[in-house]
Design a protein around this ligand. Structure first.
Ligand SMILES: Cc1cc2nc3c(=O)[nH]c(=O)nc-3n(C[C@H](O)[C@H](O)[C@H](O)COP(=O)(O)OP(=O)(O)OC[C@H]3O[C@@H](n4cnc5c(N)ncnc54)[C@H](O)[C@@H]3O)c2cc1C
Ligand code: SF4
Length: 452
């Protein structure tokens, strides 16, 4: 091995401020009023609308589109937000191509759905810009609920509880609320600090106390929360990151995609972020696509996303894969990392073994390998629940496949404790599903709190 390798080429300022601003511009700019009317006019207002069935939060989609058509934007926004209080963020980040827009009957008639996501954004933007209140609190019940985690699941739960007259207290270790809306979603999907504006709107209903800098399992225990509050909601997300299981992972040049994305989302000046000239991304989901596209947008010359199976099996949708490819990302499939090549305490290349699906479909190596040079290697092979806060105490919440087990009302195995979002078993790991979980848990808690 060559110990005299030059340092990895990682540096800030690969592109000018103007180029970076253009690369991180709004991915789907908002519709103009006339565009919105033209699109709304394409809706058939289907009975038993398949788009609504496909929406995890069950928004009355033809209902809100009809209101856009009649110029009732406030009513349209209310129709959206009463089912999904993060309808503004979901309009920006939902993979509509596999949800409502895939189900839209216009797809079969004309091969082009009604642009539901953009219409949803059109209807809700004005509300978030002006802060017009659409929801009021019911008469106070005097019941108190602890919400663990201030991400989409926790915020949705807190807002619905506030609407129902209960008091919610959010415990969040980070400085800001929003979870991955604030620290994870690709920057070009949510520009102009939208995540923070949405949180402000949600808290505007009142009755929600926020305690940042407080983590479950560190500053407060589940037992304490159960004693102090009438109910508890766990919306912890997935704070752990899966490793590659290879020697050298801790060395310079290897990073967790989610950590870099969080830094990118919080950077006041993106040009100041250190960027590798050649970047390898290992993974096949949304996080892998996002780190690959954003590395390119920051000025990496060569970005290669490597996935162990075929493109059809990637968790990222075909639309996202094509989006990455049009942004200059190379996608290599059927390859698994076998070794990190290091020199002077840094990783400078990855050896991959090519793979194939065996007779039973199980992944197997072919024995053939190749090398890819890299200045930075991003790990994007999934996040995991850090179970200590919920399983390492006298108050044990039952887990299934390392996530929290819940029933259809999002009740856990512990009486008085609900959970939702990415931390629960069987979910979709999408913002919209987390919002739905929080809402369903709050409705279930309401029944419990009123009967107790
Ligand atoms: C890089 C990336 C890109 C994504 N892009 C998209 C996208 O484009 N579209 C989409 O629909 N979905 C996307 N997702 C998925 C989506 O962000 C999540 O499904 C969603 O945020 C889940 O919400 P949540 O509230 O369950 O968890 P989170 O958003 O993770 O929020 C959990 C909160 O709990 C807090 N917490 C953690 N541990 C503790 C503790 N011990 N005590 C108290 N609080 C704690 C965290 O700090 C956080 O604020 C993406 C995910 C990633 C990682
Ligand atoms: S499926 Fe398409 S056409 Fe039918 S109601 Fe939904 S958006 Fe309109």
């Amino acid at each position: 091995m060559n110990d005299n390798k030059p340092p990895n080429d990682i540096r800030p300022g690969r592109l000018s401020q103007e180029q970076i601003a253009a690369n991180f511009a709004d991915m789907h700019p908002p519709l103009t009023p006339s565009e919105s009317i033209i699109d709304a006019d394409r809706c058939y207002f289907c009975h038993d609308a398949p788009c609504t069935t496909a929406c995890p939060t069950g928004i009355d989609i033809p209902g809100f589109i009809q209101k856009i058509r009649s110029g009732n934007l406030k009513g349209s926004a209310k129709t959206i937000l009463e089912e999904n209080i993060m309808g503004g963020m979901c309009a920006r980040v939902c993979p509509t191509e596999v949800l409502c827009e895939q189900a839209c009957v216009r797809n079969t008639h004309e091969d082009r759905p009604v642009r539901i996501g953009l219409l949803q954004r059109y209807a809700t933007d004005a509300i978030f810009e002006t802060g017009i209140p659409l929801f009021e609190r019911a008469a106070a019940t005097g019941r108190k609920v602890a919400i663990v985690g201030g991400g989409p699941a926790g915020l949705s739960c807190a807002h619905r509880l506030a609407m129902l007259g209960h008091e919610a207290t959010i415990f969040e270790p980070m400085d800001k609320l929003g979870g991955l809306n604030e620290y994870g979603i690709a920057a070009y999907k949510t520009v102009d600090d939208f995540a923070a504006r949405e949180v402000e709107y949600i808290l505007g209903i009142g009755g929600i106390e926020v305690r940042t800098g407080v983590g479950l399992g560190k500053d407060v225990s589940l037992g304490e929360l159960r004693k102090t509050f009438d109910a508890v909601f766990l919306g912890l997300g997935l704070a752990g990151v899966n490793g590659l299981g290879l020697d050298g992972e801790q060395l310079e040049g290897v990073a967790n995609a989610v950590d870099y994305i969080a830094a990118l989302r919080q950077a006041p000046d993106k040009a100041s972020l250190p960027v590798g000239r050649r970047v390898i991304v290992i993974g096949g989901g949304m996080t892998a696509i996002d780190i690959a596209v954003q590395s390119k947008a920051l000025g990496s010359e060569e970005v290669t996303l490597v996935y162990r199976r075929g493109q059809e099996q990637m968790n990222a949708s075909r639309y996202e894969q094509e989006f990455a490819q049009t942004r200059g990302v190379n996608i290599r499939c059927w390859s698994s990392p076998r070794k990190l090549l290091t020199a002077n305490g840094r990783v400078h290349a990855v050896e991959f073994e090519t793979t194939r699906a065996g007779i039973t479909g199980k992944l197997e190596g072919t024995g053939q390998s190749y090398l890819l040079d890299a200045d930075v290697v991003f790990k994007a092979i999934g996040q995991k629940l850090l179970t200590d806060p919920v399983a390492n105490s006298a108050e044990i919440v039952e887990l299934k496949q390392d996530r929290i087990l819940v029933d259809e009302q999002r009740r856990t195995s512990l009486p008085g404790v609900w959970a939702g979002g990415d931390c629960v078993h069987g979910g979709e790991d999408l913002t919209v599903s987390a919002v739905q979980d929080g809402k369903l848990a709050a409705i279930s808690m309401d029944k419990f709190l009123r009967s107790a």
